[in-house]
Design a protein around this ligand. Structure first.
Ligand code: COA
Length: 159
C-alpha cells in the first residue's frame, strides 16, 4: 500500500465502534482477509473460517471488530499463551483494516483494545510477527512501543 511520507497529508481519524467478534462476523472477517492472507507466495499461516472461529473460544483467545455504519471496517485476532514456555505472552495473530479505512487510527484503536484485554486476563507481554516489507504494519506497531526482538528469515527451496 501507499506509504505517506513527511509533508504529505495524512487522512483524518475515523471514529469506529470497537466490539467483541461474534460468530456472525466470521464470514466478513474471512472475506476481508482473503485477498492478502491467502496469496500463495506469501507463506502465510492458515486463513480459513475454521481458524478464525477458534478465536471465539475464550480459552484460546479473542477477536475485536471495528464497525463503521454497520459494516466490518477492521479486525484483530489474538491468542493467549504464545508457547508453553511463555504462557503469559499473548500473541496478535492477525490484524487488518479495510483499504478505504486505513491510516485513520483504526488499527491503533484495535491494538489498544487488545492490549487492555490481554492485561485484564493476566498477560504480561504481547508478541506480533510482521513481514519486514510491511511498512504500514511495522510503523503501526513501532508507534505503539513494540520493540524488535529478533528477525526471523523464512527460507524455502524447491523439491
Ligand atoms: C497494518 C494495518 C492494520 C494498520 O492499520 P491502520 O488503521 O491503517 O493504522 P493506523 O491508522 O492506526 O496507523 C498507525 C500508524 O502507522 C503509520 N501508518 C499506517 N499506515 C500508514 C501509511 N499508509 N503511510 C504512512 N504511515 C502509516 C503511521 O505512523 C500511523 O500513525 P499516525 O497516523 O499517527 O502517523 C493496515 O495497514 C492493514 O490492514 N494492512 C493490511 C493487513 C496487514 O498487513 N496486516 C498486518 C499483518 S502483520
Amino acid at each position: 500500500m501507499k506509504i505517506i511520507g513527511k509533508g504529505q497529508k495524512k487522512p483524518k481519524p475515523i471514529r469506529v465502534k470497537i466490539r467483541e467478534m461474534e460468530i456472525g462476523d466470521i464470514e466478513s472477517v474471512w472475506n476481508m482477509g482473503e485477498k492478502q492472507f491467502l496469496e500463495i507466495e506469501r507463506l502465510n499461516w492458515d486463513w480459513s473460517p475454521e481458524s478464525i472461529g477458534k478465536y471465539l473460544d475464550p480459552e484460546e483467545g479473542f477477536g475485536f471488530i471495528a464497525e463503521k455504519n454497520g459494516e466490518v471496517a477492521g479486525f484483530i485476532l489474538v491468542e493467549y499463551s504464545w508457547s508453553l514456555q511463555k504462557r503469559k505472552a499473548g500473541s496478535i495473530e492477525w490484524i487488518m483494516v479495510g483499504r478505504k479505512y486505513r491510516h485513520a487510527g483504526i488499527g491503533t484503536q484495535l491494538i489498544k483494545r487488545a492490549l487492555t484485554k490481554l492485561r485484564r486476563n493476566g498477560m504480561k507481554e504481547v508478541i506480533a510477527t510482521i513481514w519486514s516489507k510491511n511498512k504500514p504494519s511495522l510503523k503501526t506497531f513501532n508507534k505503539m512501543d513494540f520493540k524488535t526482538r529478533g528477525k526471523l528469515i523464512f527460507k524455502s527451496r524447491r523439491l
